[in-house]
Design a protein around this ligand. Structure first.
Ligand SMILES: [Zn+2]
Ligand SMILES: [Zn+2]
Length: 556
């Protein structure tokens, strides 16, 4: 008798970290399985640990191997940590992609803005709709979040129903879109849900997150009270927030000027997809200088301190069209993502030093998170009543807090897993049954690199301790033909006694070559290795640091 189909789950990104979300669901048995992928996002590199790396993506080796069994990729919403890796990675998978209208339109606009982006077809699914993808029935349940058209997925299979929450919160009064569909979650709970795979971002925060409408009220008050020019910066994709800012401007008799390409792109997509219906027309940045100070509001990119984005340029008075002066107001309607504190702090201090009033979420309710706090997580559990809960979308602390909350709420089984763990959800007792290949890819310039590759490690070492290059020309007997060439890069010129390090390295090279035993001197590789050790030791002696060291021995 054939064994019944197993339903499997594996996170390939987004667990133990916030970012680069990729989950896969498998249905079948050891011999024949279909896979469904949910989201394919990026993380952002940080300059200190990963110099020169802008984006980090999940390693998709496993899906590449299973390409013929991969029935599709479903997108919960269009945040970068959920869809930012598609342009780079889809060509390796070439599977059908499913998303609702706004996500698909934003993706298309993103592709159009990218050079040499492949032609990637996306099938549009109605919000609230259900489609069959291979053996999976995938239902898109509207949830409130910080971007239009965020969806939880109910994945219906012969082995049971899984609810994959995606990013969500409970906001009874979101500015756009329907509130989280409590009724549908309750119905699924009545049908019986095998597993809840849930957002853990704010599991460390008590209570409930405030509504977007509260933020809108605060922004309206602040804009109304402002005297000079007003600039508001926020995440471009938070269309509800853009609407709130537009309403605040209109009430205060100000025109909205959109500054920054990412913002302009989202505004256009939001207008095309009906999420800005009824919102006044925005003006282009060229008219900014022609409007009276109390009749204009600049809606800017750059809330994370990005040096090339609009706000940073305005702050250092380097923007061709938009300027601010003492007495003007800047509102950060955003949260600073960990890692960006220094860059954002520098902009805030620069603005304050110019006499500009800066308002952040530390003092006023000008931002709320799009993720559920503890009471909201409890609500979701009580609606869905899952047999198993797996916390995802969080660092270790968030996952463990979410797990603890779930246990305390009476969920029979709670499982914390890590990227790559293959979990059997059912039938039978759930548990981790295997480990799939997983990891990270770095986008280094235009090249995708394995995170274990040497380039970044070497760059980090070079940044810390510089590099020595030595070229030695010798006869086949190992006698120096000429003076060696020595180059020091990123290394101080003189030691504390004022001696030139270049000369010290030169002398070290010459004496090392001369003192080598005859047999070793005839072997260029052995000579290079001896010189490398001697040079590193000599520099360490003078400087206290060991540089990278490259020795080239040329036999002439
Ligand atoms: Zn997310
Ligand atoms: Zn999100």
């Amino acid at each position: 008798m054939a064994r019944p189909d197993e339903l499997l789950f594996a996170p390939l990104g987004g667990v133990g970290e916030i970012g680069m979300n990729l989950s896969i669901y498998g249905l079948g048995n050891r011999h024949q399985r279909s896979w469904l992928a949910v989201d394919l996002g990026v993380s952002f590199g940080d300059e200190e640990h990963l110099p020169g790396i802008d984006l980090i993506m999940p390693d998709i080796r496993f899906l590449e191997q299973e390409r013929k069994n991969l029935v599709g990729l479903v997108l919960t919403h269009a945040h970068e940590d959920h869809f930012g890796a598609i342009i780079d990675l889809w060509p390796r998978l070439r599977c059908p992609i499913y998303a609702t209208k706004f996500s698909a339109a934003l993706f298309e606009a993103k592709c159009a803005a990218e050079r040499n982006s492949p032609d990637i077809p996306v099938t549009i699914v109605p919000s609230g709709g259900r489609i069959g993808i291979g053996p999976f029935g995938v239902e898109f349940i509207p949830v409130a979040h910080s971007i239009p058209e965020s969806h939880a997925l109910a994945i219906h299979t012969e082995a049971g129903i899984v609810v994959h929450t995606g990013d969500w919160k409970i906001d009874p009064t979101p500015i756009i879109g329907p509130p989280t569909d409590e009724r549908r979650f309750r119905e699924l709970g009545d049908e019986g849900v095998l597993a809840l795979i849930g957002d853990s971002t704010n599991a460390v925060r008590d209570g409930r997150s405030p509504s977007e409408i509260e933020v809108a009220k605060t922004i309206a008050e602040l804009v109304k009270a402002a005297k000079g020019r007003v600039a508001v910066t926020t995440f471009a994709s938070n269309v509800g927030r853009l609407r709130a800012v537009a309403d605040a401007a209109r009430e205060a008799g100000r025109e909205v000027v959109v500054v920054g390409r990412a913002m302009a792109r989202v505004v256009q997509v939001a207008r095309e997809t009906g999420h800005m219906d009824g919102v006044q027309d925005f003006r282009s940045a060229e008219v900014y200088g022609h409007l009276p100070a109390d009749k204009v509001l600049a809606l800017c990119t750059g809330s994370q301190g990005e040096p090339r984005a609009a706000l940073a340029r305005i702050a250092r008075d380097d923007h061709p069209e938009v300027t601010l002066n003492g007495g003007d107001t800047v509102i950060f309607s955003s949260r600073t993502i960990p890692g960006n504190e220094k860059a954002v702090g520098a902009i805030i201090n620069g603005l304050v030093a110019q006499g500009i009033k800066v308002i952040t979420d530390r003092t006023r309710l000008v931002h709320v998170s799009g993720h559920p706090r503890c009471d909201e997580l409890r609500d979701m559990i009580s609606w869905v009543r899952p047999r198993l809960l797996i916390p995802v979308h969080g660092e270790a602390l968030h996952l463990s807090e979410h797990a603890q909350l779930a246990r305390a709420s009476g969920v029979p089984k709670v499982l914390i897993c890590k990227n790559g763990d293959l979990v059997r959800l059912g039938p039978g007792d759930p548990g981790i049954i295997d480990e799939l290949p997983s990891g990270r890819l770095y986008k280094d310039g235009s090249i995708l690199e394995d995170s274990k590759s040497r380039a970044v490690v070497e760059r980090r070492r070079m940044a810390f301790a510089g590099c020595v290059f030595v070229a030695i020309a010798v006869t086949d007997k190992g006698e120096l033909v000429e003076d060696p060439e020595v180059d020091l890069v990123g290394i101080p010129e003189k030691n504390m006694a004022g001696e030139i390090l270049d000369d010290i390295v030169f002398d070290t090279v010459v004496s090392t070559v001369k003192e080598l035993p005859r047999t070793r001197r005839r072997d260029p590789d052995a000579m290079a290795e001896s010189v490398r050790r001697a040079v590193r030791a000599a520099v360490a002696e003078e400087w206290g640091k060991k540089p990278l060291c490259y020795i080239h021995v040329l036999v002439i």
